[in-house]
Design a protein around this ligand. Sequence first.
Ligand SMILES: C[S@@+](CC[C@H](N)C(=O)[O-])C[C@H]1O[C@@H](n2cnc3c(N)ncnc32)[C@H](O)[C@@H]1O
Length: 255
Amino acid sequence: MKIETLSVFPQMFEGPMDASIIGRARRMGFMEFTAHDLRDWTHDRHRSTDDEPFGGGQGQLMKVEPVFEALDDLLAEQPAKVLFFTPVGETFTQAMAQQLVGEQRLIMVCGRYEGFDERVYTRADRCISLGDYILTGGELAAMVVTDAICRLIPGVLGDELSNVEESFNDNLLEYPQYTRPATYRGLSVPEVLLSGDHANIAAWRRRQSIIRTARLRPDLLHQAELSEQEWDLARAIRRELAEGTTAAERLDCEE
Ligand SMILES: C[S@@+](CC[C@H](N)C(=O)[O-])C[C@H]1O[C@@H](n2cnc3c(N)ncnc32)[C@H](O)[C@@H]1O
């Protein structure tokens, strides 16, 4: 899979794209990554990629011509899906990462300043937002999306199962996890996890996932596949919350 970015700060990708799992995925040939400099598609002495907005207003906007010309050249080499980062795009999710990992080539276009001239979006296959906040530029968004996609490429994570049992995969948050020591400063690991009874452990984890999701992300439950009994549990948690539990109780997923 090829991932390419188009931005005025290609140097921001140096380092993060060489380290850890992404770096290893690149070295092992699972993913190719290239950061293009949008200024390579400018024609003036100052290599300008921004200009004042028509109609007045604060700040500068990313110009339309360099983006169009860059995409003309890059897409002439090989087809690709073009993603633009903008706070007014669809919110990035794990499901989106799973769709994008099926693509052969992605070009991620990163804004700066007050954003893009609106006409650039005629070249977009998808406009993506990371969430309801404003970043100074799209480079960090491109890194986040690249990271989320890269770890889904088959073979990139050593243990294939580590992708399966994770928050959002089945529209439930992950259950609480613990490692040694079994007791630390009076904080003990739930007994069931020390029992060696795998069926009981699986049942406990499933129940904890439902409790945690009902408490913290009830919006996810509508897309989760729950049995009648599990729905009863989720509804009981919601009722309990409506009747007023403390914030500490809400965050503590122990029963
Ligand atoms: C300062 S922001 C522009 C914000 C724009 N004026 C607005 O209010 O929607 C500059 C660039 O950062 C990126 N960016 C900022 N926040 C983002 C977010 N939540 N998700 C994705 N990209 C974002 C986009 O590429 C955007 O063009």
